[in-house]
Design a protein around this ligand. Sequence first.
Ligand code: ADP
Ligand code: ASP
Ligand code: MG
Length: 814
Amino acid sequence: MKVLKFGGSSVASSENINKVINIVKESSYKNNIAVVVSALGGITDLLLEAGKLACNGDENYIKSLKTIEDRHLQVVRELIPVNNQSGVLGQIKKMLNKLENTLEGVFLINELSNKTSDKIVSFGELFSSYIIAEAMKNNSLDAELKNSQELIVTNENFSNAAVLFEKTSKNIADFFKQNSHKIVVLPGFVAKTENGEVSTLGRGGSDYTAAIIAAATNASILEIWTDVSGMYTANPNFVSEAFPIKNISYQEAMELSHFGAKVLYPPTIQPVLKKEIPICIKNTFDAKAEGTLITKVSSNTNPIKGISHIENMALITLEGSGMIGIPGISKRLFEALSLEKISVSLITQASSEHSICFAISNNDAEKAKTAIDTEFSYEIEQHKIEPLIVEKNNAIIALVGDNMKSHQGISGKMFSTLGKNNVNIRAIAQGASEKNISAVIAHKDIKKALNTLHSEFFENQTKQLNLFVVGVGNVGGKLLDQIKQQQTYLLKNLRLQVRVIALTNSKKMVFNEDGIDLDNWKPQLEKGEKLNMDLFHEKVTDLNYRNSIFVDNTANENVSKLYADYLKESVAVVTCNKIACSSNYTNYLNLKQLAREYNAPFLFETNVGAGLPIIDTLKNLIASGDKVSKIQAVLSGSLNFVFNNFNEENSFYNVVEQAGIQGYTEPDPRIDLSGVDVMRKILILARESGTRLELDDIKNDSFLPKASLDAVTVPEFLETLKTETAHFNNIYQKAAANNCRLKFVAEFDNGTAKVGLKEIASDHPFYNLDGSDNIVLFFTERYPVQPLIIKGAGAGADVTASGLFADIIRIGNN
Ligand code: ADP
Ligand code: ASP
Ligand code: MG
């Protein structure tokens, strides 16, 4: 015989029940079958809700009852041919009347014991099993209904009753011995006490009913039919890359379900384990999928089979100097919990015995505090033990696998993976059997922890980078183009999955948790919500993705002030905006320290020389022990463009205008022409070389006339470039007369820095600097005479975007 159990979603509608009937039909050609069914999906919750409402004197219980009635009557009408409907509808209505009477009683006396609640909630399975048995008969199947309350006997622990196995097994065996039908349909979850009172086996208990029947009848297999294709490597609702485990041992399945894999109710394994009856978890909605086979030993030798988690846990700590070396403390502690029927999911005790830490359900936290503080009231009064510390909103995650004990380094890998992703671990437990390693973490970290562990232990080591991109102007737009073009290459060659999760322009923002489709980001952003950088931060933090990167493509001071907030959340920052790194030294240093402390890279290669690897080279020099003595550089692509093109025919004003059109200048050209932009860049290089310097410490010999320096607005400033033509021509002619070219040079020498326009002679490396190129000469201990030279295009949206992209990939390769 086979036992098939169908869960709530499998029988949630007539359409689904028809799928169930087909599966049973197929299976019953060769076998006798027991079919255990849950209540129609959602009905158990509705029944419990109706009971609570009635108990609170809330007439809305009638509404819940009506919904329950409507759903069942609809299913009957859809499943049973019209000619045969009336009898079935009559029977359901009779049962509904009984339910209504019970609820009315609760409403009148405002009291709801677990016993009465069980009576109410049992109707869910009684309805479903009756309807399904009738539907099968109407499909010409040789099916018969048997109420499992007549078979399964329990103690009186209502709502979570314990099965009395001897009587139960005998009842079941006797029944099936005399049964002559091919298919027997039974309600799951429900039972009766020895006195004939209705009891239930705990939420999810239909799995257990099926296992009890399988064991008592020595079934060849127990099939659990549900809405997923097996027991997954992690909860598929949290980890999109999770996949069904083909084969797993009873012990492993038990650990996974005990630690939250809801697909199997934890007590289910016990009855079938003894008889070594295999369990197969199958998908009602994809019957061909292989599913998961649970057997005594698993053929799969992977040391880790799955990761599971339990939410809503409270971490409880009992500590105090009075606990050291005193026997019996743990006994008293756990006895107090046991008297309150509080179940403990994880325990740790340091060898100092100064504290004991354990995890229980959030719901039990208050009860536990009262019980334990009462138990230790004397010691607390004497200050030998502290009042119980309760921290709610935690979760437990557990790695499970029988073969972990024969593999070293798994816990090390688990904790370092979590650590690297800034998941704080509050407590750790590893059972002596080494079948599971579990840790307590904050609720907010569940998704990140599960995904990082899953990727570390089960995936092809693809690293996901999640980008939150601020600014889609010239540079931002190009960056998105480049990412789109390289996505496939990066995945294939570097195993990097680069996803853009959010985008903003100056007015709007858009989020897509699965990654924005870069083929049409513009209309998506257009349809986005109003830009709100506080809300943006909140969303990034709530998503709490691993490898999150905040990408700043703006030149905006307010955006630069947000970096610390992101770094503190372990979100990396990649920016082409120079303002943060050239702000006061304390701020610069603080950002670098936060990056270290929170393990979140802060990268700004494009602050100097756009895409040229200037800062990265400098970092490598310093990291390898070199010391910078002098830097000479032409760092303004814009000024270079201006002075390369400015001559007697092409006026200074015209050239500045062209530079603006070609995107070589900052939105405000004064930042370039005043030399401030170059000051910022040499400041950043000086700081990266290890010197504490402020912007005010840098000497700036401006080549601008007083009128230009005094101009208040951008248009006024541009106007002075016209009116002061003579001033600029004069500078040009003087240099030309000396056979020199004009370059705006930045120098850092012996701890001081200066910038200014210089006449450069033809034998100098700066002389032949074309277009908007930059050049940097690093004089160091290792390069004392012949400097290390970096030269190339130093401005423009394309190269700046590729510099940002390189920083993003640096994080990916890290
Ligand atoms: P049923 O109503 O069929 O008994 P359940 O809702 O009790 O179904 O269990 C199936 C659900 O368990 C899945 O839909 C899934 O959301 C959840 N689940 C949690 N962890 C896992 C896991 N590791 N593998 C598969 N499903 C899981
Ligand atoms: N209907 C019950 C519940 O929802 C039992 C079950 O479905 O397993 O918990
Ligand atoms: Mg279930």
